[in-house]
Design a protein around this ligand. Structure first.
Ligand code: 3PG
Ligand code: MG
Length: 395
């Protein structure tokens, strides 16, 4: 695989696939710019070499062509500010005007193309569309780790049209850090998994059972474990058909000598709302009309105690409905414990994308852990052992 550091971009137009799929509020302001700031070193290296950058990305999941809400023009000003270069914008990603703008780009300049997903061909992995995109640059750089699990035109198919395919810094760091966790973890190694569904996490949980010393499970998926073990969960989240699977996971862990730690108490609510009435109950004793929305204080003590003694930590998924401040206590406590392990115990801590990345960034701890992944689904699939099309296209 060609890496950025071994490639001289002088005089070259680099067509860079980035993942600028960032959250925007209703004023089109970016609410978490992690994915943009992560890409800056890649762009700067190319400019410093004397090259120019043509950035392409998707934003959201537009269904019917160009939509104001999903226009990448909203990113031009913030990106210019972060980068310190005035970024040009092409209001289409293919066609004459994009071609002209790309052709007239000078060394040191940056051009951002309009949303790739305004064309259905992008997600279909259309070869003709990929070839049209490829004409815009001399060399293809893939730095979109967050989209590397998609076999789309710009993330994978396009590779065949370039002799020079280069792995960006984000892509490289993501792979290196995931490898470090999977293959070179210092012990004790604790994975802490959360989120709503067992079905989303089952493959990674199974793989981790061969790697970790302790697997902590929190969040919505734990109610299915509780129910499967005969506990009362009231109106809490339940994947009824996954109860046998939950018991299987527990049995497999025992077989492999992995310690699984589940919550021992929960904060439950009388409705799904931040201002619901709440009470702490023992796990398995949630009253009929109530639902569990967070881990309880005893569980926080157990979980944070284990994390603080760990030398390697992988965290993926929140412990409760952290979007409601009144039910974010468990998730925030885990974030604090991961920071403490990193700073005081020298642990290597990897925060796996999506919700856990938002949680750690919202809590202001993003730069106090070892690495916050820019990938949600992509990181999970990589860690499950799947080949990511966006990575394979670079090889
Ligand atoms: C993400 O945010 O998951 C990536 O940008 C990929 O987007 P997608 O899930 O819509 O393909
Ligand atoms: Mg996704």
């Amino acid at each position: 695989m060609k890496t950025l550091d071994t490639y001289d971009f002088s005089g070259k137009k680099a067509l860079i696939r980035v993942d600028f799929n960032v959250p925007l509020n209703d004023k089109y302001e970016i609410t978490d710019d992690t994915r943009i700031t992560a890409t800056i070193p890649t762009i700067k290296k190319i400019l410093k070499d004397g090259g120019s950058c043509i950035l392409m990305s998707h934003l959201g999941r537009p269904k019917d062509g160009p939509t104001e809400k999903y226009s990448l023009k909203h990113l031009v000003n913030p990106l210019s500010l972060i980068l310190g270069v005035s970024v040009k914008f092409a209001d289409d990603c293919i066609g004459e005007s994009a071609a002209e703008q790309a052709a007239s780009l000078k060394p040191g300049e940056v051009l951002l193309l309009e949303n790739l997903r305004f064309y259905k061909e992008e997600e279909k992995g259309d070869v003709v569309f990929a070839e049209k995109l490829s004409k815009l640059g001399d060399v293809w750089v893939n730095d979109a780790f967050g989209t590397a699990h998609r076999a789309h035109a710009s993330t994978a198919v396009i590779g065949q049209f370039f002799e020079d395919r280069v792995c960006g810094y984000v892509m490289q760091a993501e792979i290196d850090n995931a490898q470090k966790i999977l293959e070179h973890a210092e012990r004790p190694f604790t994975a802490i998994m959360g989120g709503a569904k067992i079905s989303d996490k089952i493959l990674i949980i199974e793989r981790l059972l061969d790697k970790v010393d302790t697997l902590i499970i929190g969040g919505g998926m734990t109610y299915t474990f509780t129910k499967a073990q005969g506990g009362e969960i009231g109106k809490s989240l339940l994947e009824a058909d996954k109860q046998p699977l939950a018991l299987e996971i527990l049995a497999k862990a025992k077989e492999k000598g992995v310690k699984i730690v589940l919550p021992s108490d929960n904060v439950c609510a009388d409705k799904f709302s931040n201002d619901a009435n709440k009470q702490v109950v023992k796990t398995g004793e949630i009253p009929a009309d109530w639902e569990g929305l967070d881990i309880g204080p005893e569980t926080i003590k157990t979980f944070t105690g284990i994390l603080e003694k760990s030398k390697t930590i992988l965290w993926n998924g929140p412990m409760g409905v952290f979007e409601f401040p009144n039910f974010a206590t468990g998730t925030n406590a885990v974030a604090e414990a991961v920071v403490k392990a990193t700073e005081e115990n020298g642990a290597f801590s990897l925060i796996g994308g999506g919700d856990s990345a938002s949680a750690i960034n919202n809590a202001g701890y993003g730069d106090r852990v070892s690495y916050v992944s820019t990938g949600g689904g992509a990181l999970l699939e990589y860690m499950e052992g799947k080949t990511l099309p966006g990575v394979a296209a670079l090889e």
